[in-house]
Design a protein around this ligand. Structure first.
Ligand code: HEC
Ligand code: HEC
Length: 389
């Protein structure tokens, strides 16, 4: 299966360059794309999923990407309301498993959103379950109820497509239709148009596979000249070695660089997350409304969790397309990659503002890495190889 995926993704890679995007979507993926882009599904007809998850910004909010110092959270359909968190990417999210306790890892894993609250238990798919939130969220698309959302779909120009994909649809049964809308959106988010695996890094990973090199083993002891050349720059190769090395960046401890193997045994390139939760000790963002959200306890603040041991923890982000998704962190505290890397390196030895949540700050894996300014730069340069083409 691994082989099949490699051939396919090489093909997609070549094809993406010549033909561009509207390529090869299945019927359900195409339907999901129409729903994803439909602004009529918001209260004032001015906002779609794409507004905050735009392909031109690695599937995050474009306004934030282009003004990461001042605009760190998204504005809702009403043009006034803002949420308390930075929009994460909708790409690659679909690999997150149903939220569960992992005894081996000694922590929670999976789910959707920064705190995993779209667990996936209802639809057995966190990505689909997540897609049911924004339409009704008052600070996002702000529709009054499911029936109103479904009524828009029933009169849309893609209603016939909906009936073709879900022939049993009865638009007068909004609950079932709403579930199928979410499944279609999730199919699109998982499609090769969103979850592309078309970065320089992916090309490098494929070439490494062909010569039997596991990219997760590349560290400070590796002879970089012996690796496939002319795909990543020499600085990026050095950055990858720092990223993996436990005695240097140690980034891969959480942002995995091992192959991803899904439950059916399909092999994918690394996802740069293990879908676990951690408190990095990020300070309170002054750009996020304190009135609405005095302290964000993340995972531990969820009504169904409420454990001090989980306070301040947020889901490990994928780093795919990271150079396109400014600002960084759940509250957008860091406007640039340079600053967040500097924070990892110097949190405990420089006068950073105190953590928003003091409990559970991870001091064993980050905070005082002892990296030189050049090494920090190499990590940033490496992360730029994760942009999809
Ligand atoms: C107004 C901006 C806005 C709109 C509109 C919006 N989102 Fe989001 N999205 C966000 C924010 C902010 C978060 C993070 C919220 C949190 O974690 O509490 C988020 C989180 C997500 C995530 C979770 C990713 C992860 O790794 O956990 C996915 C997937 C997603 N949105 C998809 C969608 C879809 C699908 C739609 C349309 C149905 C949509 N969004 C509409 C802002 C938006
Ligand atoms: C102990 C686990 C862990 C380690 C080690 C780690 N990270 Fe993270 N990383 C996280 C978590 C958790 C988040 C999200 C935290 C939040 O926003 O509160 C994150 C977020 C990020 C983000 C922002 C993502 C976004 O979409 O906003 C970047 C960039 C990043 N990490 C890079 C790195 C680099 C570079 C290293 C190595 C120097 C590293 N990380 C080491 C757990 C880790």
């Amino acid at each position: 299966m691994g082989k099949i995926f490699i051939c396919l993704s090489t093909l997609l890679f070549a094809f993406n360059f010549s033909v561009g995007m509207a390529f090869g979507l299945s019927d359900i993926e195409r339907l999901g794309k129409k729903i994803f882009k439909d602004k009529n599904l918001s209260l004032y007809g001015n906002q779609s999923c794409k507004t905050c998850h735009h392909p031109g910004a690695g599937f995050v909010d474009k306004e934030n990407r282009f003004d990461p110092y001042n605009s760190v959270v998204s504005t809702g359909s009403d043009g006034i309301s803002v949420g308390g968190r930075n929009a994460p990417t909708a790409a690659y999210a679909g690999f997150s498993p149903v939220f569960h306790w992992d005894a081996g890892a000694g922590g929670y894993v999976g789910g959707m959103f920064w705190d995993g609250r779209a667990t996936g238990e209802n639809l057995l798919d966190p990505l689909a379950e997540q897609a049911q939130g924004p339409f009704l969220n008052p600070v996002e698309m702000a529709m009054p109820d499911i029936a109103t959302v479904v009524a828009v779909v029933a009169t849309s120009n893609y209603a016939p497509g909906f009936l073709a994909v879900f022939p049993e649809t009865d638009f007068n049964n909004p609950v079932e239709t709403y579930d199928n809308m979410a499944r279609a959106i999730a199919a699109y988010e998982r499609s090769s148009e969103v979850t592309r695996f078309s970065s320089r890094f992916d090309l490098f990973w494929e070439q490494c596979k062909l010569v039997g090199v596991d990219v997760s083993t590349i560290d400070m002891t590796t002879n970089l000249a012996g690796l496939p050349q002319d795909i990543l720059s020499i600085s990026q190769l050095k950055g990858l070695a720092l990223f993996n090395d436990p005695a240097k960046g140690n980034c891969a401890a959480c942002h995995l660089t091992t192959d991803h193997v899904d439950p059916s045994g399909n092999v994918y390139p690394p996802l740069f997350t293990d879908f676990t939760y951690d408190n990095l000790g990020i300070p309170k963002s002054l750009n996020v409304s304190i009135a609405d959200n005095p302290v964000d306890y993340g995972l531990g603040g969820r009504a169904d969790i409420q454990q001090v041991q989980q306070w301040g923890k947020f889901k490990v982000s994928t780093l795919r397309n990271i150079a396109k998704t400014r600002p960084y962190g759940h509250n957008g505290y860091f406007a640039t990659l340079e600053t967040i890397v500097n924070f990892y390196n110097t949190r405990d030895v420089r006068p950073w503002a105190p953590p928003e949540v003091a409990q559970n700050v991870n001091t064993t894996e980050l905070g005082d890495l002892g990296l030189t300014p050049m090494e920090e730069r190499l990590l940033v340069v490496f992360m730029k190889s994760l942009n999809d083409q």
